[in-house]
Design a protein around this ligand. Structure first.
Ligand code: COA
Length: 389
């Protein structure tokens, strides 16, 4: 019985910052951002969007036009985020209500830095294996926020990826080959009283590379697989250069005849991430969408997926593509990215500072946010969402 990702969709807010303009404003050579870090643009979040509204917007693309019978087969919503809106209540129950889903379901939030989305998927695969007539909705949604003028500023971004997990998946099957490891490390964290992440940037890159290298060695031995067994390696991309740094470590294991294909697919897998920025939990899955939309792959092509979450957890697993995988990517990510409105650096700084805190009441209106679901107000420490349609 094949189990995997049946359909996938993506949402990002409709504003972006041009990183060449940011570099000029910060007195940095633009090539540091464009080439050295590998980021071109980043999505900017209006006050009317947060991790829950973005998740609802991504999931609504998946669920529109589904029959009642289909919707009733969804037994769990797993909301993966490290920028959730509450320290206690799950963001998934807001999604259950906004998406009008049945009452008899589990609605759970999962947190482990950028790795949470992968754990949600693994949990979903296990559940569907035991309950083959059921489906799970997994949504990975985040705002990556490091702070104005911080080293991490260029690696910010925002967005959500929603996935349906089922048997007979139309996108890709999971190959039950995960290798994972974790270790208590302090490379990136966000204290409870702060809305911006703290990071030892160089240390986080080094640990990411080390985790990929170690996990790959174990994975290849345990699963008897070589680099040439894969059509592509897809990475969690906090910034696109990170994927290249990781893959370069196993360059000596890549056959000459395979190098060209892997490099083309690596580049295809970073096209959207270069323009959106880091989505934390959703970043690996945006890269998967980018690869599948920007290069032609074949039925049964095997794709290695490397998930990394600071703090630290890493996992490598593979997916095998379904025949009509392109039809299983719903919505139009390229159009969504291209139709965003550019904001100036001053406007971005104003929006960054206007990030609504729950300690004060806010009425949130935004003439340029036409997204389906929006955060409408914060009142008495409660977030109230609205359907814009
Ligand atoms: N032209 C081309 N490349 C340039 C350049 C220029 N003018 N100036 C610098 N670079 C290159 C550097 O050589 C470096 O490349 P390398 O890492 O391949 O050697 C790269 O640009 C970044 O420069 P660096 O000085 O290391 O950047 P930084 O100290 O400003 O920090 C991060 C970069 C990624 C560490 C920082 O943005 C960060 O902390 N981000 C958040 C954490 C994160 O994303 N961690 C990843 C793992 S989860």
């Amino acid at each position: 019985m094949e189990i995997g990702i049946d359909q996938i969709s993506f949402f990002t807010p409709n504003l972006y910052l041009d990183l060449t303009e940011l570099a000029e404003k910060r007195g940095v050579d633009p090539n540091k951002y464009l080439v050295g870090i590998g980021q071109e643009k980043q999505s900017i979040v209006p006050p009317t969007q947060d991790s829950v509204s973005m998740a609802a917007n991504a999931a609504s693309i998946l669920l529109e036009q589904k029959s009642t019978e289909f919707l009733n087969s969804i037994d769990e919503i797993l909301f993966a985020s490290e920028s959730g809106i509450d320290n206690s209540k799950s963001g998934a129950v807001y999604l259950q209500k906004l998406l009008n889903l049945k009452k008899n379901m589990r609605a759970i939030e999962i947190k482990q830095a950028c790795y949470g989305g992968t754990f949600a998927l693994m949990t979903a695969f296990d559940y569907v294996k035991l309950h083959p007539n059921k489906r799970i909705l997994v949504v990975a949604s985040d705002i990556a926020r490091y702070g104005l003028k911080s080293a991490g500023e260029v690696t910010q971004g925002a967005g959500a990826v929603a996935m349906l997990v089922s048997t007979q998946p139309r996108l890709a099957s999971y190959n039950w080959d995960s290798v994972f490891q974790s270790e208590d490390l302090m490379d990136f964290w966000r204290p409870l009283d702060q809305s911006e992440a703290l990071v030892f940037g160089k240390m986080s890159q080094e640990i990411y590379e080390k985790f990929f290298y170690e996990i790959w060695q174990t994975y290849s031995q345990k699963n008897l697989k070589k680099v040439s067994d894969f059509a592509a390696f897809v990475f969690h991309l906090p910034f696109t250069k990170m994927g290249k740094k990781a893959l370069d470590q196993i360059n000596d294991q890549i056959d000459e005849s395979k190098k060209d294909q892997l490099e083309k697919n690596r580049l295809a897998g970073q096209i959207y991430n270069r323009k959106v920025g880091n989505l934390y939990t959703g970043s690996l899955y945006l890269s998967l969408i980018s690869l599948l939309k920007n290069n032609i792959l074949k039925n049964n092509d095997r794709i290695a997926m490397f998930s990394y979450g600071s703090g630290t957890e890493g996992e490598l697993y593979s997916l095998s593509l379904a025949a009509d995988y392109r039809q299983a990517i719903l919505g139009d990510p390229a159009q969504m990215i291209a139709s965003r409105r550019k904001v100036s650096v001053d406007e971005y700084e104003g929006l960054f500072r206007a990030f609504p805190e729950d300690s004060e009441d806010h009425e949130l209106t935004n003439s340029y946010d036409s997204s389906h679901f929006q955060l409408k107000r914060i009142k008495d420490h409660q977030r109230i969402y609205g359907d814009n349609f």
